[in-house]
Design a binder for this molecule. Structure first.
Ligand SMILES: [Zn+2]
Length: 230
């Protein structure tokens, strides 16, 4: 099996979602008129790219956060996502970052709590790193750490949280109650489905998949209907 086959479901979706979300968030941020932060983001950008920098905080943020879609996508490349090997390596928590259950030995509630904790941990990490970058005083002689390198650490933390949040809206990963959107079931990763599925789980577990574009939502729902009829 090739990497592209494992990731084909999610790669483009994660990239498009993250690009749109980051762009919207930056646009909203600049409407807040936080002049101190805007000034700092422009300075951090200048530390990163060198003079002359850019006068617009929006442009600076767009560039310094442009790595995020890639960070979110690359969360799918890890040993626990390799069929058979992955579930052997980590039968309990291998799918936490994908908001899925690794196997039937993990309950929906356990999986929900683990993925929620993962999101909170990395959102907190991102906030902490971005804040540290804003207040960091760059020193010309410090070649190892700078406000921009700390900001980038924040990007990696945010990317981890965003990946799991995005996966939690994938019909193949999580079943949400129509209307309220509450999570009612965390599905089992398709990599273990064949071995562990029970009649109750038939139709719920699917291969790791994420894309929430209209096209893929429709095809996911078609696949689910097919399984239920079996
Ligand atoms: Zn994922």
């Amino acid at each position: 099996m090739y990497i592209s086959e494992i990731l084909a479901w999610s790669w483009t979706g994660h990239g498009a979602l993250t690009t749109a979300a980051v762009s919207m968030a930056i646009s909203q941020f600049v409407t807040l008129g936080k002049s101190f932060l805007e000034k700092r983001f422009a300075e951090i950008y200048k530390v990163w790219q060198g003079p002359p920098g850019k006068p617009s905080a929006q442009d600076c943020l767009q560039e310094i956060m442009a790595i995020l879609p890639q960070v979110v996508q690359e969360e799918d490349i890890h040993p626990a996502n390799i069929p058979v090997i992955g579930e052997t390596l980590n039968p309990k928590g291998g799918q936490v970052r994908h908001f899925m259950r690794s196997s039937a030995s993990v309950s929906s509630l356990e999986a929900y709590n683990m993925s929620k904790a993962y999101i909170i941990e990395h959102l907190t990490g991102a906030w902490s790193k971005y804040r540290e970058a804003v207040y960091y005083q760059d020193k010309w002689y410090d070649v190892l750490t700078s406000s921009s390198s700390i900001f980038w650490e924040g990007n990696y933390e945010l990317g981890k949280a965003l990946h799991t949040i995005e996966d939690s809206y994938a019909p193949g990963h999580v079943t949400r109650k129509p209307g309220s959107g509450f999570i009612v079931q965390v599905n089992i990763s398709g990599m273990t489905r064949i071995k562990s599925r029970t009649p109750r789980e038939t139709g719920l577990a699917m291969r790791h998949s994420t894309i929430r574009t209209t096209k893929n939502l429709a095809s996911s729902s078609r696949r689910r209907k097919k399984r239920v009829r079996l």
